[in-house]
Ligand binder design. Structure first.
Ligand code: ADP
Ligand code: MG
Length: 252
């Protein structure tokens, strides 16, 4: 069974058909990319999957479960984490605190247990810190652990944004333009991390990306969209060679 299934998905904002009849499915362990010109509806597809927007029509299933009946905060608990194209971190907190805040959806203890600081609470707290330290090591963020987000270079903030999602221990990670604004070397790091997420963490990756070298390098399959509509789906080479895809890029 596919891990994620999207079927005839659509959302209309007034007269704007931001997403209009998009279907695809992502297999467990797959790295899948959505590409397309600016304004094609890519981020909107992420916002529909993460339940920020209600679809006008269509189905979204994760591990066979209907996501459209769930609230946004349930999505992370189910095992789906995402990054945002415009980086959504707490600027006046440290890297460590931003990553720990990501873990809050995993809390199972309640307020009374917290004040009594029961062994179970201490155990959970240790598990949170352990996971976060693992993410810091994985993304080589040791030097920035206690640094405030606001003072960090863009490239580092971009990595912390990926870390915030990884700290949730997701099964599916949605990366919205992870390489945008990064140098060639930084983009290469992102490519290695994506490979490791799949291989070492057993993650499934759904990404939106403009950098075709990254897409070609790490993705199994690609869906191209334009004006909210699907254009082509297949391997990166097949999709890039598709006449409708070439026309969509040349036309912008
Ligand atoms: P991209 O492929 O660049 O990520 P988006 O998904 O951000 O594109 O946007 C697709 C279209 O949907 C754009 O025309 C955008 O203006 C429109 N759109 C996205 N969100 C909203 C919203 N909340 N209200 C109105 N229009 C929106
Ligand atoms: Mg976008």
């Amino acid at each position: 069974m596919s891990l994620l299934e999207v079927e005839d998905l659509a959302v209309h904002f007034g007269g704007v058909k931001a997403v209009d009849g998009v279907s695809f499915s992502v297999e467990p362990g797959e790295v899948f990319a959505i590409i397309g010109p600016n304004g094609a509806g890519k981020s909107t597809i992420f916002n529909l999957i993460s339940r920020i927007y209600d679809p006008t029509r269509g189905a979204i299933r994760f591990d066979g479960q209907d996501l459209t009946v769930l609230k946004s905060h349930d999505i992370a608990t189910l095992g789906i984490a995402r990054t945002f194209q415009n980086i959504e971190l707490f600027d006046h907190s440290t890297v460590l605190d931003n990553l720990l805040m990501g873990r809050h959806t995993h809390r199972t203890t309640n307020f009374v247990q917290d004040i009594l600081f029961l062994p179970r609470v201490r155990r959970e707290e240790r598990a949170h810190r352990h996971k976060v330290e693992e993410v810091i090591e994985f993304l080589e963020l040791e030097a920035y652990r206690e640094k405030m987000i606001a003072g960090l270079p863009y490239g580092v903030r971009k990595v912390v944004e990926i870390g915030r999602a990884l700290a949730l221990s997701p099964r599916l990670i949605l990366l919205d333009e992870p390489a945008s604004g990064l140098s060639v070397e930084e983009t290469q790091d992102v490519a290695f991390w994506i490979e490791d997420m799949r291989r070492d963490m057993g993650l499934t990756v759904l990404m939106v990306e403009h950098d075709m070298s990254l897409v070609t390098g790490v993705c199994d399959r690609v869906l191209a969209v334009a004006n909210g509509k699907p254009l082509a789906m297949g391997t990166p080479a097949e999709v890039q060679a598709h006449p409708d895809v070439q026309a969509a890029y040349l036309g912008t």
